[in-house]
Design a protein around this ligand. Sequence first.
Ligand code: KDG
Ligand code: MG
Length: 412
Amino acid sequence: MSIRSIDVDVTSPGRNFVTAIVTTDDGVTGLGDGTLNGRELAVASYLRDHVAPTLIGRDETQIESTWQYLYRSPYWRRGPVTMAAVAAIDMALWDIAAKRAGVPLYRLLGGASRTGLMTYAHASGTDLEHLDDAIRGYVEQGFRAVRIQTGVPGLGQIYGVHDSAPGGAYEYEPAGRLAADAPRRPEEETWDTAAYLRHLPTVFEHVRSEFGPELHLLHDGHHRMRPIEAARLASDLEPYRPFWLEDCTPGEDQSALRLVREHSTTPLAIGEVFNSVFDYQTLITERLIDYVRSSATHAGGVTGLRQLMTFAGIYGIRSGFHGPTDVSPVGMAAHLHLGLAIHNFGIQEYMPHSARTLEVFRTSFTFADGMLHPGETPGLGVELDREAAAAHPYEPAYLPVNRLRDGTVHDW
Ligand code: KDG
Ligand code: MG
């Protein structure tokens, strides 16, 4: 059997998604997610103009070989655009393989290692009252783990912080959609690390005393601290036993986490902006992290992420796959199947997609008692309604830029 065609749909049911649709010569289709928030059209062009023509007529069952071909053949290896394109094809080929076998993908990946996947929700509030409401809403829904993000006194809108709707529903999208007549440039936000470092431990103290010792609490630093600042925060949060501190320093500087490790036992997670196992070489071999934050969508698909998790497993490092709404339901399905199968699963981020998105992508996941399961539908278990997708054309949307009070461009 071989690949007959590859289509690339860019759709925007509330936010932009890039999906590869691979069709075999006997009409089986597979879906792959290649969404790269704010740079969607670059991946779509890479897939349409540079990848699809090279794959027509190739054996659809040669998943590993196709992955290596797409990784090595351009000469320009890695990078988010390339690896999102590789991911989209790789997921689609695994989807086809599992559909042909008539089994959910996790069975091809070694079968279930557990009954379900513990998830964490995004609790966010501009102040403590709104944050508490959001946490309460998630606890009532059955979540046993929540990521807590909140406003910092003296700062305005900060990245990823927004009041949830009553009941905890959090559909905030950090990439701002641009009106047709608006200038094509991102919003700008103001940041102050000292104010954040003073405030955050008081938030953890409050949430622990309000919600007790058992609820897992996570926090995302969005790469905003220098190593010495991150070391101080990790140490200040220790009394409140966080499940993890995520992206405390800029991800590309692997050695930065040595300093944080030397000063604290707060577990560390990093990697949502990484796209290959090589981005983790120092972090894993020196045991500088506890959780791998990559997504299948940005790290070369099921094949890329499985390779990474096998390497991490040797060092006892577990998964915490990236699951914001900019990973499409197709990418999310890839995480659920892989997470169910691998030995070193840790936790799965779960930010449910909006009803509008789920009208375009129909999923067979199930959620109960804070646990997700990919379901038993053959393949990835996601269908794309291409007619519904076509009704939501691409809309420009960019992630914001962070500046210090003096105007210096800063990390998120
Ligand atoms: O596109 C950027 C988002 O994926 C990111 O802001 C989400 O940090 C994030 C997270 O941990 O989910
Ligand atoms: Mg993050």
